[in-house]
Write a protein that binds this ligand. Structure first.
Ligand code: ADP
Ligand code: MG
Length: 719
């Protein structure tokens, strides 16, 4: 009964939700209260021990293992004060989610006595069963074992549950032969590579020696919320995270009344609850609002060091998912849970900054800062053009394929939006015209060679996959459900590559007699922009004209599907790039490709089988029971016979499509994982589409009483 469903789906959630309201004056003291900060450790360690730890955490020096026991003891004491009974190495395997295996602090000491202990050895290393995590063949060729190791550069924290807490120790995961089995090791390596590439350039611009550089990252997370009641009645959502059926409701997002609208009470309560937990974890969440589609929302933290941001992003997803349940809601992170309405992304705002906090992509307010900015911005332009394939690949997944290019998300073609002001500046440099740009309110560069830069260049464009937004680049193709670790790794390494090349060029020019920094930078920027301006596009990325122009005129890559993209991952160019910068060796990269194929194959395979199962066991039977009911109508009216006829036709269409899908589900297309993946893309997805088309038409005909699935109308609008 539809009415009953709505009542229970929109039930009085206040009864379930725990009272978690935090008085506003306590919110700031809540911040990072569940994080083992350096300050906390300082208070618990001797001065010399603390200094050794600090050298590792702040300057990346190798950990002095003699302090491990002392640090472990301090950690355990702190964690127990917070109510923790267990600890876990918390890591990011190649599944894209996080992994944890809890061990208790408890140790029997004989004669019915137990003590709570935690040793340096346990802190530094653990050995989960590596064979249950994807390794892309890395394990087959070596030992089956892998180990996790404490990453002191990210702070430990407490995860709470109703009956206690667990100490989580951020860790990396590797094979005994030293190969990365996780997403974190390459990320850390890429941060180091970026540092090595940028510092020589910065020194040319006069930075003091010893300056360290890293990337900064702020990720905006989009998600959907639906009533839990509906979720459990949708096998497709439970099994695959997206709806495999569902007719478009009469009203979608056309009215544009949801975006930035008043947040429903239940949702706002959920958001606040989640935010309080995130504050305790030291995650600086800042922004919350309704997104474009009905039922869609966004949360965004303030940017952080990209290593920390990557950990925090995983925690944000986890806290949103678990907290939603307290409010009778389910948080959907899938990139395209509902066909025909907006999908979800995770815009990654990326920049480079020194350890003193100087943002290298901030135009700044002095001619010198402007010059430096133009150099690094030109490097990013070059990086994106040189490595379009990698930027496409690092966001590639079966789920993101439904979003990229689907008219409300950036296309699969990579391009950069610079905005008219910054484009104008680069164009002036190329044409040799310095002076005042076309905009007003600009600051002077005091130079005739370089144009002036507006204080806040960059404006709004939602259709570009990669946009300059004032003092950072925003990579918008990243999918809502994915880990941001690999995308950041790619951003770091392609930037390192371009900066290394441009720095060599700059050094060469500076070596010439009479060269000035200003002229040399101008020449480098000019040549770079001239060569790479095809990647700059400020227009509408959703338009078909752009796809034509990008492919035919500009010759930009258009890697439409995940499989087209993943194929490029181990090209000679990419092997050299990741190898030269010490981020991933050939075997590690090949393993990642293998895993991407495998996950793609498994994802679509599960979708194909779920589609078959739902159509056969729920949708066809609904059509039949309605047919039976119509058969009982005594007066053979035009309406009754018409509907019967239509139902019979559509059921047959559905049945035929189902036979085809069943065949395709059974055939796997080959033994190799990439053959299976291609079979999924080329045969299973189209067959699923046929089944869905017939089923969605049936949904519009079959009596509501008989329809077995909650509809889009219900899921998206009941709040
Ligand atoms: P916009 O509205 O243009 O998207 P916001 O100022 O709201 O810009 O920022 C969006 C995200 O970008 C936030 O997470 C913010 O912290 C992040 N951000 C701002 N500056 C930087 C930076 N220098 N590096 C990385 N991320 C940044
Ligand atoms: Mg933004």
């Amino acid at each position: 009964n539809q009415d009953f469903d709505v009542n229970s789906a929109a039930r009085n959630w206040r009864v379930d939700a725990q009272q978690t309201a935090t008085p506003s004056e306590l919110v700031n003291s809540l911040f990072a209260s569940d994080v083992l900060t350096l300050d906390q450790l300082k208070a618990r360690l001797s001065k010399p021990d603390y200094r050794k730890l600090q050298a590792t955490v702040e300057r990346g020096e190798t950990l002095d293992s003699s302090i491990a026991d002392t640090v472990a003891l301090a950690m355990k004491t702190w964690a127990m004060e917070k109510g923790a009974t267990h600890y876990t190495h918390w890591f990011q395997p190649l599944t894209g989610s996080t992994a944890e295996k809890h061990d208790s602090f408890l140790n029997p000491a004989g004669d019915g006595v137990a003590i709570m202990s935690f040793s340096g050895k346990e802190l530094i290393q653990a050995e989960p069963d590596a064979s249950s995590f994807p390794s892309g063949g890395l394990r087959a060729t070596f030992e089956a074992r892998g180990y996790t190791a404490w990453d002191p550069s990210s702070p430990a924290f407490i995860i709470r549950h109703a009956n206690g807490a667990t100490l989580c120790i951020p860790s990396v995961f590797a094979s005994w032969t030293g190969e990365a089995l996780d997403l974190k090791i390459p990320l850390l390596r890429s941060i180091e590579a970026l540092n090595k590439a940028v510092t020589p350039a910065l020194e040319l611009f006069g930075a003091s020696e010893g300056t360290r550089v890293s990337s900064s990252l702020g990720a905006e997370q989009e998600y959907f919320l639906i009533a839990e009641e509906y979720y459990y009645r949708r096998p497709d959502l439970v099994m695959t995270g997206r709806t495999l059926f569902g007719a478009k409701p009469p009203r979608g997002q056309e009215l544009e009344d949801h975006y930035f609208g008043a947040i429903p009470d239940r949702v706002l309560s959920f958001m606040t609850d989640a935010e309080m937990q995130l504050y305790a974890l030291g995650i600086p969440v800042k922004t919350r609002h309704n997104e474009v589609a009905p039922g869609q929302f966004e949360i965004a933290p303030i940017f952080e060091h990209s290593n920390i941001a990557a950990d925090h992003q995983q925690l944000i997803m986890q806290v949103l998912r678990t907290t939603a349940r307290k409010y009778g809601l389910v948080c959907l992170m899938h990139e395209k849970p509902f066909a025909g309405v907006n999908g979800s992304g995770k815009h990654c705002n990326w920049s480079m900054a020194t350890d003193a906090g100087e943002n290298l992509l901030d135009p700044g307010d002095t001619p010198h800062e402007n010059m430096q900015f133009l150099f690094f911005a030109a490097a990013v332009i070059k990086a994106v053009d040189d490595h379009q394939d990698l930027l496409r690949t690092c966001v590639a997944s079966a789920s993101n394929d439904h979003r990229l290019g689907a008219n409300e998300a950036p296309p699969a073609i990579l391009s950069i939006f610079l905005g008219s002001e910054l484009t104008d500046i680069f164009e002036r440099i190329v044409s040799g015209k310095g002076g005042r740009g076309k905009q007003t309110g600009l600051m002077g560069l005091g130079s005739s060679v370089l144009p002036e830069i507006p204080v806040h260049a960059g404006d709004r464009n939602r259709t570009s996959p990669f946009a300059f937004t004032g003092n950072k680049f925003e990579f918008r193709a990243v999918g809502s459900s994915q880990s941001i670790s690999f995308p950041i790794t790619v951003l770091n390494v392609i930037a390192a590559d371009a900066i290394t090349q441009l720095t060599a060029d700059l050094q060469k020019r500076l070596g010439k007699k009479g060269a000035t920094l200003e002229q040399a930078v101008t020449d480098v920027v000019k040549d770079t922009y001239k060569k790479y301006q095809r990647i700059v596009f400020n227009g509408d990325g959703y338009s078909t004209d752009w796809h034509e122009e990008a492919e035919k005129k500009r010759k930009l890559l258009n890697l439409r599907t995940t499989l087209d993209a993943v194929e490029t991952l181990v090209s000679p160019k990419n092997l050299k790039l990741f190898g030269d910068f010490g981020v991933l060796n050939e075997r590690e990269l090949a393993a990642r490709q293998e895993i991407m194929y495998d996950i793609y194959f498994k994802t679509v395979n599960i979708e194909g089988e779920t589609t078959e199962y739902m159509a056969q066991t729920a949708i066809l039977p609904a059509a039949f029971s309605y047919l039976a009911e119509l058969g009982e109508v005594e007066v053979k009216s035009k309406a009754a016979t018409g509907t019967t006829k239509e139902l019979v036709q559509l059921s047959d269409t559905l049945y035929d499509a189902l036979q085809e899908l069943r065949q395709q589900n059974e055939a796997l297309g080959g033994d190799e994982v990439h053959e299976k993946a291609h079979h999924m893309r080329d045969h299973v997805l189209p067959a699923m589409q046929q089944v869905r088309a017939a089923a969605d038409r049936l949904e519009r005909i079959v009596s509501q009483k008989h329809w077995p699935l909650p509809t889009y109308r219900q899921m998206l609008f009941v709040k």
